[in-house]
Write a protein that binds this ligand. Structure first.
Ligand SMILES: Nc1ncnc2c1ncn2[C@@H]1O[C@H](COP(=O)(O)OP(=O)(O)OP(=O)(O)O)[C@@H](O)[C@H]1O
Length: 579
C-alpha cells in the first residue's frame, strides 16, 4: 500500500542505496543509545554519590565518539539519499526519453508536449524525495522502534510495550486518510498539468493575444484556472497539516504515556533510576522516525500521483514498428485508406493514390480536405485506421523508422529551425557534409549572398530562427531538406506565407528536383502544379479527380472550376496592380 513495487523495480539501482541509508540511520540510533546509556549511568552514580573520579572523563569520551559516529552516519545517509535520487532522475528521465523515441514521429498522436515536460521535470523531482527520503525512512521507521524495544524491554517490559504499541497508531492514521488523499492528489496533478498547458499556450501566443487585445480575456481565464489550482493546493496543504497534527498528537501522547508509566514504575520501586532515565530519554525516539515518515508520506504520495502519470506515458501503446530496410523501389502508395481523428468525423475515406518512383505528383483541394493528413500518413506521423500504406510494396509499419526517414523528406511551411547557427541547422540533415556542400545548397536556395554578408555558416539563429524573414526561413529549411538527399520529397504548402520572388525561386527548385527524385507537392495554388505528372484532387475525404492538368481541365469538373476561379482572381489582381 505504501510502497509502489513497480516504481521500485523501475529503478533497481536505488535498492542498495536505500539499504545503506537504513543501515547508517540504524548505526546512528545505536550510537545514540550508547550515549544515553552512558549519560544515565553517570547521572545515577552522581545521584547516589557513587561516581568515581574517572566516570566523567569516560562518559565524555563515550559522548564524543557517539556524537562523531552519529555525525558520520548522518553525512553518509545524506550521501546515500543523494545517490539514490540521482539514479531515479537519470533512470526515469532516460526511460521517458527512450519511450518518446520509440513513439517516434507519431508521438504527438498520443501525448501532449507540455505534459511530457511537466512529468519529466517536476514529476521526476517529486520522486526524488520518494526514493531519497521516504523509502529509507519507511524501513528505518519499522526497525527503530523494534530495536529500542529490544533494548528497553529487559529494563521494563510494560513501559517498552506501551511505547511499542502506540507506534502503529501513526501509520494507522496515515492509512485512514490515504484513499482520500490519493484522490485529492490525483485531481491536484490533473489541474497542475492543465494549468501548465494553458500557460505554455498563452505564452507562445502572447503576441497574437496582444494584437487582438485578447490578453485581458486570457488573463482572466488563466486567473480563474490559477485560482482553482490555488484552492486545490490549499486543500492538499490543509490535509497534510491536519494529518501532521494528528501524528504529532499520537507521537507526543504515546511518548508521554510511556514516560508516565516508567515514572510510576520507578515510584513503585519496580525499576531502577537508571532504567527510568533511559526510558524517559529514549521514549521520543520510538516515535520520531515514524513521525518523520509521516511528513515524507505526503510528499511521497505526491510523487506517487506523479508516477501514475509517468507510467501512463510509459505504457502508451507504441505503433507497431518493423525492422525492414526501405526497398530500392521507393514507390509510395495508399490503398483504400480510411483515417479519422475522431470516430464520428472521417477525414479520409477509401483513398487510393500512387506516387511512382521518380514521378512528380500534386495533391490539391480545398482547405481542410485532408492533404496534409495524407502527407502525415506517408511520413508515418499518423496511422490509418484501415487500408494499406506502402513503400515499394512494403507496409510502412514494417519498415525501420530510420530507414523511412532516410527515404522520405517532408518539408512544410513551418519547418522547425533550431536556436544555434546556420551550420548546426544544416548539419542535422547531413552530419558529414563539409562547408563546401553546405554553401552549395545555400547557393541553390539563393541564401548564400545574404549569409556571406552576415557571419556565413556561423550566423547565429534565435529560437525558431526568429531573426530571419519568413522567406529566408523557408529557403534555409529547403536547403536543409536538399542536403538530406532522399529519394522522395514531400512539400506541404512549402511556398505559403512567403513573397512571390521566394515562391518562384522555391518552385523552380522543386521542379528541377522533380526531374531526378520522387516529388509530392501539396499546393493551394494550382498554377504551381500544372507540370505535375499526375494531380489528385481531394474533396470530402475522397479522391474526386485524378489525372494531368490537361486531362482535368478537359473533364470540366471540380478541378477546372477551381482553376478558372484562381485564374480569374490572379488575372484580376494583376490588372488591379497594373492599373
Ligand atoms: N490534430 C487534429 N485533430 C483533429 N482534427 C484535425 C487535426 N488535424 C487536422 N484535423 C482536421 O482534419 C481535416 C484535414 O486537415 P488537413 O490539415 O489534412 O487539411 P488540408 O487539406 O491540408 O488543409 P489546408 O490546405 O488548409 O492545409 C481538417 O478538417 C482538420 O480540421
Amino acid at each position: 500500500m505504501m510502497i509502489d513495487k513497480r516504481l521500485l523495480s523501475a529503478v533497481p539501482e536505488s535498492k542498495r542505496y536505500i539499504a545503506a541509508n537504513v543501515a547508517l540511520q540504524w548505526l546512528a540510533l545505536a550510537a545514540n543509545m550508547v550515549l544515553v546509556t552512558a549519560v544515565c549511568r553517570l547521572l545515577t552514580r552522581l545521584w547516589a554519590g557513587t561516581a568515581l573520579s574517572g566516570d566523567l572523563a569516560a562518559t565524555a569520551g563515550v559522548a564524543v565518539v557517539a556524537l562523531a559516529v552519529r555525525f558520520a552516519c548522518a553525512v553518509g545517509a545524506a550521501r546515500m539519499s543523494y545517490l539514490s535520487s540521482r539514479w531515479v532522475k537519470t533512470r526515469l528521465r532516460g526511460l521517458l526519453y527512450e519511450k518518446l523515441l520509440r513513439l517516434g514521429t507519431a508521438y504527438r498522436e498520443s501525448v501532449q508536449t507540455s505534459e511530457v515536460v511537466q512529468v519529466a521535470v517536476e514529476g521526476v523531482d517529486q520522486l526524488e524525495i520518494y526514493f531519497g527520503q521516504y523509502l529509507p525512512q519507511f524501513f528505518y521507521a519499522m526497525l527503530a522502534p523494534l530495536t529500542l524495544f529490544a533494548v528497553l524491554a529487559p529494563i521494563d517490559l510494560p513501559s517498552a510495550a506501551v511505547l511499542l504499541l502506540c507506534v502503529p497508531l501513526i501509520p494507522a492514521s496515515i492509512a485512514a486518510v490515504q484513499t482520500w488523499a490519493k484522490k485529492l492528489l490525483g485531481r491536484y496533478w490533473g489541474q497542475y498539468t492543465a494549468l501548465g498547458d494553458t500557460f505554455l499556450e498563452n505564452l507562445q501566443g502572447l503576441t497574437t493575444l496582444k494584437i487582438y487585445e485578447a490578453d485581458d480575456f486570457k488573463n482572466r481565464e488563466m486567473n480563474a484556472q490559477a485560482e482553482a489550482f490555488r484552492k486545490i493546493t490549499m486543500r492538499v496543504l490543509t490535509m497534510q497539516l491536519n494529518s501532521i497534527t494528528i501524528m504529532d498528537l499520537i507521537a507526543y501522547g504515546g511518548a508521554a504515556a510511556g514516560m508516565i508509566l516508567a515514572v510510576s514504575r520507578l515510584a513503585a520501586g519496580a525499576i531502577s533510576l537508571q532504567g527510568c532515565l533511559m526510558i524517559l530519554l529514549l521514549a521520543a525516539d520510538f516515535f520520531l522516525p515514524m513521525r518523520l515518515l509521516g511528513s515524507f508520506f505526503h510528499v511521497a504520495m505526491n510523487g506517487m500521483a506523479a508516477s501514475e502519470k509517468i507510467f501512463r506515458l510509459l505504457d502508451t501503446p507504441e505503433p507497431a514498428r518493423g525492422n525492414r530496410p526501405a526497398p530500392a523501389d521507393c514507390t509510395l502508395a495508399l490503398e483504400a485508406v480510411d483515417f479519422a481523428f475522431e470516430e464520428a468525423r472521417p477525414i479520409l475515406r477509401k483513398v487510393t493514390m500512387q506516387f511512382p518512383k521518380g514521378s512528380f505528383t500534386a495533391l490539391v483541394g480545398e482547405s481542410g480536405c485532408g492533404k496534409s493528413t495524407v502527407a502525415a500518413l506517408l511520413t508515418g506521423r499518423r496511422h490509418g485506421q484501415a487500408g494499406r500504406i506502402t513503400l515499394g510494396g512494403v507496409p510502412l509499419g514494417e519498415l525501420d523508422e530510420a530507414s523511412l526517414a532516410a527515404t522520405v523528406t517532408y518539408l512544410s511551411h513551418n519547418s522547425y529551425l533550431f536556436k544555434g547557427t546556420v551550420r548546426d541547422n544544416l548539419r542535422m540533415a547531413a552530419p558529414d557534409a563539409d562547408d563546401a556542400a553546405l554553401w552549395k545548397v545555400l547557393e541553390q536556395v539563393r541564401l548564400a549572398d545574404f549569409l556571406r554578408a552576415e557571419q556565413g555558416l556561423d550566423t547565429p539563429l534565435q529560437e525558431k530562427a526568429s531573426n530571419l524573414s519568413g522567406g529566408q526561413c523557408q529557403r534555409l529549411a529547403l536547403a536543409r531538406a536538399l542536403l538530406h538527399d532522399t529519394p522522395v520529397y514531400i512539400f506541404d504548402e512549402a511556398t505559403s506565407n512567403i513573397d512571390v520572388e521566394s515562391e518562384n525561386d522555391i518552385m523552380a527548385l522543386i521542379r528541377t528536383l522533380a526531374c531526378r527524385k520522387t516529388v509530392i507537392l501539396i499546393s493551394h495554388r494550382l498554377a504551381n502544379v500544372t507540370g505535375a505528372d499526375k494531380l489528385y484532387l481531394l474533396a470530402e475525404g475522397r479522391v474526386a479527380e485524378a489525372g494531368t492538368h490537361t486531362d482535368l481541365l478537359a473533364a470540366q469538373g471540380a478541378y477546372a472550376r477551381l482553376w478558372n476561379a484562381q485564374q480569374q482572381l490572379e488575372h484580376y489582381t494583376g490588372q488591379e496592380v497594373s492599373a
